[in-house]
Design a protein around this ligand. Structure first.
Ligand code: NAP
Length: 287
């Protein structure tokens, strides 16, 4: 895939631990080829105690941009020269752009999810939304959707984590946009049809038979189910949504668009819908 590496080649990459199964090189090396940039993208596995040195070393080597993945999205913040406003609000970065003296941090995960939903024709405006989970991603999803959705019900196995997020997001939103509930209390959801975002890690490969809620009655309330997991391509959650007549999507487009937005930041260009479609097909083949 990498055509020619020469004296002018720019480097971008990913830091995280582990990084061995990442699909990001597929996205960025293909984008470089499509947009005619002399750029390569490489994964770097970094041990926790070396994180500060890794950021300093990357800047010294002139690495143009970096993605950041688990477990460093929050931990890396003190080592950056600046953090953009949205990433500050979310409290996590997944993209670093080189500037003089270091890196500025961005979060392209949430704009990525938003662009993925737009591309799938899923609207959040005025919707009643269920978010399953209260981890780092669920928190960011709740923050993003609180600006557009009518009501958000945040359901988590550990209720306290959902309560903490609801308090924080409602503070930002200036209204009671988010209501926290334990996962087991889903029957207390008000009647109606919901957009549901599955933001737990349940059902991810290799435990593909797992699902956060089993009961068919839960899925009867869902008109659209958005699972942030993309491996497997069709999760059990998605199957149960479809079985009760809803539409279901996975997280592969979120992955695609967080990468595209990062690439756009690094290179100051716009990636077309046609280019995005080609990369999506390549990602599907790589799964
Ligand atoms: P996290 O911070 O580790 O949170 C995990 C969440 O899953 C918590 O709410 C946890 O509940 C819940 N959970 C775990 N095991 C459970 C079980 N057996 N039963 C019920 N709930 C359970 O993870 P994260 O970083 O937010 O990521 C969440 C998901 O998003 C992951 O699957 C990840 O693959 C996906 N993701 C997708 C993309 C993309 O581009 N598509 C990007 C980032 C993440 P407790 O609080 O009770 O432990």
């Amino acid at each position: 895939m990498i055509m020619t590496v020469n004296g002018q080649t720019k480097t971008c990459g990913l830091i995280g631990n582990p990084v061995e199964h990442t699909l990001s090189p597929v996205i960025h090396n293909l984008l470089a080829e499509m947009t005619g940039k002399n750029l390569i993208y490489v994964p770097f596995r970094v041990e926790g105690e070396n994180l500060a040195d890794a950021v300093k070393g990357a800047a010294a080597l002139g690495i143009k941009g970096l993605n950041v993945t688990v477990p460093y999205k929050e931990r890396i913040l003190p080592f950056l020269t600046d953090v953009d406003a949205l990433a500050q609000k979310i409290g996590a970065v997944n993209t670093l752009v080189q500037e003089s003296g270091g890196y500025i941090g961005y979060n392209t995960d949430m704009p990525g999810l938003y662009r993925a939903m737009l591309s799938d024709g899923v609207s959040v405006d005025g919707e009643d939304v269920i978010i399953l989970g209260a981890g780092g991603v669920a928190r960011a999803v709740a923050l993003m959707l609180s600006e557009k959705a009518r009501r958000i019900f945040l359901l988590n196995r550990t209720e306290q984590k959902a309560l903490d997020i609801a308090g924080e997001v409602n503070g930002y939103a200036g209204r009671q946009a988010v209501k926290a509930m334990p996962l087991s209390a889903w029957r207390k959801l008000p009647d109606g049809k919901y957009l549901a975002v599955q933001a737990t890690s349940v059902g991810m490969h290799p435990r593909t038979d797992d699902v956060p809620i089993e009961d068919a009655d839960f899925y009867k309330r869902i008109h659209t189910g958005y699972d942030l997991i993309y491996n497997p391509f069709e999760t059990r959650f998605m199957k149960l949504v479809k079985k009760e007549g809803g539409k279901a999507f996975n997280g592969l487009k979120m992955l695609l668009y967080q990468g595209i937005i990062a690439y756009e930041l690094w290179n100051g260009l716009s990636v077309s819908g046609e280019q995005a479609g080609k990369i999506y097909e390549r990602l599907r083949e790589s799964l």
